[in-house]
Design a protein around this ligand. Sequence first.
Ligand SMILES: Cc1cc2nc3c(=O)[nH]c(=O)nc-3n(C[C@H](O)[C@H](O)[C@H](O)COP(=O)(O)O)c2cc1C
Length: 399
Amino acid sequence: MAAPAVLRERRGNRMARMSTAPDLAKTDGLKPLERAARHPLMLGLFIPLQQGAWSPSTWTRSTSWSFEYNAECTVRAEELGFDLVFGLAQWLGKGGYGGDMRFREHAIDPLLVTAALAPLTRNIILISTVHILYGWHPLHLAKFAASIDHMSHGRWGLNVVTGYKTSEYEMFGIVPIAHDLRYEMADEFSVLMRRLWTEDENLTVEGRWWRMKNAFVAPKPVNGAVIMVNAASSGAGLDYAAKHSDLIFVTSPAGANLDRACEALPPHNAKIKALARRHGREVKTIINPHVICRETEKEAHAQYRAIMEHQDPVAADNFYATFMGGDQQSWKAATRSDWVIGGNVHVVGSPEQVVDAFVRLHKAGCDGVQVNFYDYLSDLEFFGARVVPLMKQAGLRAG
Ligand SMILES: Cc1cc2nc3c(=O)[nH]c(=O)nc-3n(C[C@H](O)[C@H](O)[C@H](O)COP(=O)(O)O)c2cc1C
């Protein structure tokens, strides 16, 4: 589908533009996460910081890893009423996941991108992934996080990941760390960051993994701490997430098929929320469906088939192998062809069918969807025009 003229014009303009959305905090006085949580189903966008985004396919699209493209996606998402954007972090060698398309070889860093997005936006929550065990000290990240939190007036979130690829640890010259131990380290790291954000005296600590003497962070985050995020699936990972996170990304325990996902998700979501309650906390769970939406079901499926038929087989093999390997427990039920489309649950159809799928995910206990697209700017524009109003009608979005 050709991009609307307005999008072509914007892409021609190399300058990132500012959002035209009104500053909602001035009228509702809510914190960003409280505002997002007013909606029965929060709405997020998984921004395409990586070349090829989620799909190892060469089918035609405008999607780009460039900052300007990601800034336009974010600003447009805010104007269309989205609650959050999220950027993943990865470390790949030359050629990325390989194939002729060199899938994901180029990738810009979400920490830096979300900092740069802060002054371009007013309301949208900006979440960055950070691999906290690749050489970071809690004092560094506590300071950087508090800084971006102030730049964004309390809209910044930290997705804590511990890394599941041996190759990434090797890139940093670090011996890979056993799975559950990584989450014990993440626990200490997160406790120390929170202490630096909340305590008003110099901090001296002899931790199991980190030490600090007379360490201090000021300014403190606007709302006491930044928004904490995690995407674990394992027992150790979910224990960590339940204790520290405000938002938890869930993966379908049954692969990308919507029917099977909606059967498997209710106990998974319930388990996570019960775990958090044991720590006296309420958490929100979000899933990331890959949405292919067109005016008719037939057109949407034609787009799905075109992405499949233009797959880069080498990139797809390598991408799939990554998720099948490693010691992480997410995505294990996804098939190779699921990974050609990418993302998590696949939602393909007309605007009405997409909203029906969202209603089912909501009934399955998900508090939010964070969508991936194939051709980001034009898919986002169509989604904003055709799906968002129907989400309101279906009671998934407040006012
Ligand atoms: C939505 C989502 C986003 C994720 N983003 C990243 C990321 O940016 N970088 C990364 O290394 N891992 C990422 N992960 C992987 C998780 O951090 C974690 O390793 C994985 O879900 C396995 O969980 P487990 O350790 O509990 O088995 C992501 C997972 C999900 C579901």
